[in-house]
Design a protein around this ligand. Sequence first.
Ligand code: MLT
Ligand code: MN
Ligand code: ZN
Length: 299
Amino acid sequence: MYIHVLGAAAGGGLPQWNCRCDVCRLAWAGDPRVTPRTQSSLAVSADGRSWALINCAPEVLTQIRRTPALFPRQGQRDTPIASILLTNGDVDHVGGLLSLRESSPYRLYATSEIHAALRDSPVFNVLNPDHVERVGVDLEQTLTLAEGLEARIFAVPGKAALYLEGEDPDIGSEGEATVGVEFRVGARRAYYIPGCAALNERLAARLEGADLVLFDGTLWRDDEMIRAGVGHKTGGRMGHMSMAGESGSMAALSSLNIGRRVFVHINNTNPVLIDDSPERREATRHGWEIAHDGMELEC
Ligand code: MLT
Ligand code: MN
Ligand code: ZN
C-alpha cells in the first residue's frame, strides 16, 4: 500500500493567511524550522497506478502538481485518480472538489449525511453527474477505492461541519458526520482518522495491531488557540482531542500495538510543527511522526 500525504495541516494550512501565532510567524519569516503545509488530504494506492484521494483540500491542484504519481498519463484527458472519499464535510476536506470539475470520471464516496451537505450547497452542482458519480457509503461498508485498494469507513466521535453546527452542536457523537477510514491491501492494515473527539474502547480495539495509523494531530493542548490569542474555542469544542496530557491521543494510543503512528491534520498553532521544539521532541519520544506535505509511506 502506498500513502502520500498531500496536505498535513488542519483547516487554514500553515502559515494561515491571516495568522501571526508563534508558529505562523516563523513560517512567514521563512524560518527553516517550520515547513509550510497545505490542508488535509491523502492519496492512497495499492499498485502505485490507480489512486484514491481521501479528502479534497482547497489546495488540491497544487498538491497534484507536485505529486508525479497523480499526473495524467495518456491521451488528451486522463487522471490516475479513480475516486475521492470524504471523512467529513469540513471546508478543508471538500473545498478542492470545486477544482476537479473538468469532465474526468471519478467516484465521490461519502456517507449520505456528508453527501446531503454537498447537495445543500448548489455550487457543488459544477460536478457534472455524467462524470462524477456520487456514491453513498454506509458505516462499516467495504468498498474498493482504487485497483486492489479496499477500504471501510467507521464512525468516529466528532461533530457536524462548522457551517452546519447550529446553536448547540452535538460534540463527540458517533454517526455519519465524522468517519475514519480503514485501508486493506492483502494482510496490511492502515487507518486514517483526521478528526477525532475521543478515543473510546471500540476505536482502540479497532486500531490494535494496525500496521499504520494516521491520526488527528490538530492541537497539542486543548486551550492552545485561546492561549495563542487566535480563537476562543477549545479543541474539545472543535471536536478534536489533543495530543498531549493524560487524556490526550499519545496517552490513549500508547498501549496499543501499532506499527507506525503519524500525526496529520495539524493546526498551525501546534508547536510540534516547529522542528526542534520541546513538543516535537516529546511526540518523537512517544513514537509519533509529524506528517509533512509530500511524506510518502509504504505499508
Ligand atoms: C476542523 O477540522 O475543525 C475544521 O476543519 C475547522 C474549519 O472548518 O476550519
Ligand atoms: Mn479540519
Ligand atoms: Zn497560526
